[in-house]
Design a protein around this ligand. Sequence first.
Ligand code: NAD
Length: 304
Amino acid sequence: MKVLVAAPLHEKAIEVLKNAGFEVLYEEYPDEGRLIGLVGDVDAIIVRSKPKVTRKVIEAAPKLKVIGRAGVGLDNIDLEAAKERGIKVVNSPGASSRSVAELVLALMFNVARKVAFADRKMREGVWAKKQCMGIELEGKTLGIVGFGRIGYQIAKIAKALGMNVLLYDPYPNEERAKEVGGKFVDLETLLRESDVVTLHVPLIDATYHLINEERLRLMKPTAILINAARGAVVDTEALVKALQEGWIAGAGLDVFEEEPLPKDHPLTKLNNVVLTPHIGASTVEAQMRAGVQVAEQIVEILRG
Ligand code: NAD
């Protein structure tokens, strides 16, 4: 059996494949032409968000039985073409949940205590003690919009911090809510009552600009908004206005409607915003888990 690893993969994942007796061929991000040349005799391909596994690539791989995506999101794989040939597609959606949750906590504390702002001022030689009055998170209300894998991880940490947890999800998991001491409410109530609102919904038609001007206006003027889901879940223009005009107090953003965020974007001019470049899943542990989970599924499938 031969596996083509077409994107950087944790060494533990490579080990899983080799221990199963598979031959591993590695080439980082080959383009379509090169990929077509490589897949002639492979049984499996592993990719990340790149390279693209197109219909042409699939047609050039007569032995292909499984495509592995280390991570979430399958938009770089032609699922229709794979299905037609009976090729299985596997991924590792839960591998980064804890990492995203921990980044969300980092953003929450950072905005609440103005850490990034203070750091910028220190580097300018300014001792900005007076401008850095913050708030504690204990006793505050955290509103989690989308109570799935990541939302649940955040709720567990929030409970340990002594925060009250409000939840909004059209498919409520009451058992998990009970476990974290969270309460399901409608979105408007969550926005009105939360001191911190964090978004963990997939980007679908129903969640495009879910947080728009009208909903931002429902939030407390002291509230913080965190978005580590997808940029387009928030109407950026409305958010900039909300932050400039003080409808809310601050925001922590890991994702943007346009990525990379353009250099002079209005968000970069605001002191009450903390920005990170889509690094929710960027931890050693998440990358290792993503690779190993995909490799293990491939071993299982190829061994039948
Ligand atoms: P998940 O599928 O486990 O959870 C999503 C939850 O959202 C589900 O419970 C679902 O019922 C709920 N939902 C669906 N439509 C909704 C709506 N209209 N309103 C409220 N809730 C709704 O997904 P997850 O693993 O928790 O990931 C959530 C999102 O986080 C992903 O879709 C992805 O966009 C994003 N993500 C970001 C990073 C990053 O690097 N920042 C990394 C991984 C995932």
